[in-house]
Design a protein around this ligand. Sequence first.
Ligand code: AMP
Length: 192
Amino acid sequence: MRVIFFGPPGSGKGTQAKLVADKYNITHISTGHILREKLNDEDELSIKLRDIMSSGNLVVDDILNKIIAQKLLNNECKSGFILDGFPRTIPQSEFLLSFLKTKNIDINFIFDFKIDFKVVEKRILIRSKQEKRSDDNLDVIKTRLDKYMEETHPVSKFFREKYSSNYFTIDADQKISQIQKELIKVLKKGEN
Ligand code: AMP
């Protein structure tokens, strides 16, 4: 099973991706998480990444495309994967689709998490206290949401047009357990 989750930061897609990945024994690929791990390398690249990420801007497509290609070629992705945070731009989407085509695989489900940005701002401020992420403060959140509208919202539209019958909208302003139920209901139907 191969799945993409779209949604603004703070929409809960990471939490849901983890739960679905565990349930179906597939690999959760969070590009935000992979990049945060790279920050520990303390090399030239990590300094650049830290600057970009802590300002709420997007890391260049080339770096992301390389990370994803490496990940998808890995054995752990053979039984399936959930992409959480990628693709975030049109060039990343084009790269992903052409990469998957060369491997003769396709995406089975796309979920688009919808939520009011005011709710997101509140949620991220709470998360900032728990996870101490440098990009979880009000100014940076605004940049991240702007970037989402400018760069990633057109991407979800691109996929909705291309994959209309595999594309599902999720009301992300609900309890974790309710959202999980809705996701599983769709995924189960797809198994039949
Ligand atoms: P996230 O945890 O998904 O919100 O990602 C945290 C930060 O990592 C983002 O604000 C970006 O700076 C960077 N990032 C993660 N995924 C991508 C991507 N697909 N393209 C560009 N930058 C990304």
